[in-house]
Design a protein around this ligand. Structure first.
Ligand code: PLP
Length: 354
């Protein structure tokens, strides 16, 4: 029996999408594929409020994170670290032998614009990485304020991991001056995992051309095929078909503003509940709109709770890494509805006798 996913990726996928996944394959060098690609492109640009091309990566989000730093850092990269995924981006930069440095905070603290300003004012850096929504801690970093700071430094490229926010929270790429904004499709897009999308600015492409690094994730080479409405390598064709169908649903059936409002509403319900019975892990004012990391102030067994939830065909996530039993995470992302959230919280309250 299927358990409904209240986990922050992969997220629950609608049956219409599962059916779209079963569409017969088309050849990736055919006219039909180019039509599909060309049709999908403006939909993704609309979602991201951008004129920049949105490239498709046949990899999970981590591949797109790697592509940002290999293509876009000439001097030194400043990685803003306050959780597991931002730590991962730092690791990726280091393991590629790219000079880098961090602002390293406790995981319950948000990145503040002044901290970024202070570091960038040294002139040492030509790129910054930010995880907008830290899925490990349920923290939403202040993207807009940080973007304002980065804009003061014209040589500094701005890379944003929006993996667990894109499609659930508004991100205005052009207004914020984001050079790469990336996400996998298995979170707020509510699609089966397997591809990632990333908007890529002209100045990033220009720097990437000069650096000419990497092979699989070489952005200028990917862009060459993009101009032909193709992907450079054989893509995950089924995922692209499903993404195109889901974008129609997001833009035309639900509507972007409605989708963002639904996420805010679900977040408020879960966060009110969490504050009443437990507490919330991240610093106040920076709670995520797409998942809630609940501080386990009652010392419940998170493992046991999930075992009980399984009997009701539901699953949530334990805390990440060291936070495993100290927190638990409830995702309210993708195509989950307000009623699903009320249903889950009722069951949890019943199991825990709250
Ligand atoms: C899930 C997630 C990732 C990693 O995604 P993969 O698709 O598994 O590579 C990276 N960053 C954030 C913020 C995430 O939530």
């Amino acid at each position: 029996m299927h358990k409904k996913l209240f986990t922050p990726g992969p997220s629950e996928v609608r049956s219409e999408i599962l059916q779209a996944m079963a569409t017969p394959q088309i050849h990736h060098r055919s006219k039909e594929f180019s039509q599909l690609y060309a049709e999908l492109q403006p939909k993704l640009q609309k979602l991201l409020y951008t004129q920049n091309p949105v490239l498709l990566f046949t990899s999970s989000s981590t591949g797109a994170m790697e592509s940002a730093v290999i293509n876009g850092v000439r001097k030194k990269c400043l990685n803003l670290v306050n959780g597991a995924f931002s730590k991962r981006w730092h690791k990726i930069t280091e393991m590629n032998g790219i000079p880098c440095d961090t602002i390293n905070l406790d995981w319950d603290k948000a990145i503040k614009p002044e901290m970024v300003d202070e570091k960038l004012s040294t002139g040492e850096y030509d790129a910054v990485t930010l995880v907008f929504n830290e899925t490990s801690t349920g923290m939403m970093n202040p993207l807009e304020e940080i973007a304002e700071v980065v804009k003061k430094y014209p040589d500094v490229l701005f890379f944003v991991d929006a993996v667990s926010a894109m499609g659930g929270a508004k991100i205005e790429v052009d207004k914020l001056g984001i050079d790469m904004c990336l996400a996998g499709v298995q979170k707020c897009f509510a699609l089966p995992s397997g591809i990632a999308v990333a908007s890529v600015s002209e100045r990033l492409l220009k720097r990437a051309e000069e650096l000419n690094r990497g092979y699989y994730f070489n952005l200028p080479l990917m862009y060459k095929y993009h101009l032909k409405n193709q992907t450079r390598v054989t893509p995950a064709i089924s995922q692209i078909i499903a993404l195109n169908a889901q974008m129609d649903y997001i833009l035309d059936e639900e509507g972007l503003e409605n989708r963002f409002a639904r996420h805010e509403k679900m977040a408020k319900i879960v966060q009110d509940w969490a504050r009443k019975y437990f507490d919330i892990y991240p610093e106040k004012g920076y709670e995520s709109k797409t998942l809630t990391c609940v501080k386990n102030t009652r010392n419940i067994s998170v493992g046991k709770l999930n075992e009980e939830l399984a009997k009701h065909h539901m699953v949530i996530s334990n805390g990440y890494g060291d936070l495993k039993e100290k927190t638990f995470r409830i995702a309210h992302m993708g195509d989950l509805q307000v009623q699903d959230i009320y249903g889950l919280l009722d069951v949890i309250s019943e199991i825990l006798d709250l």
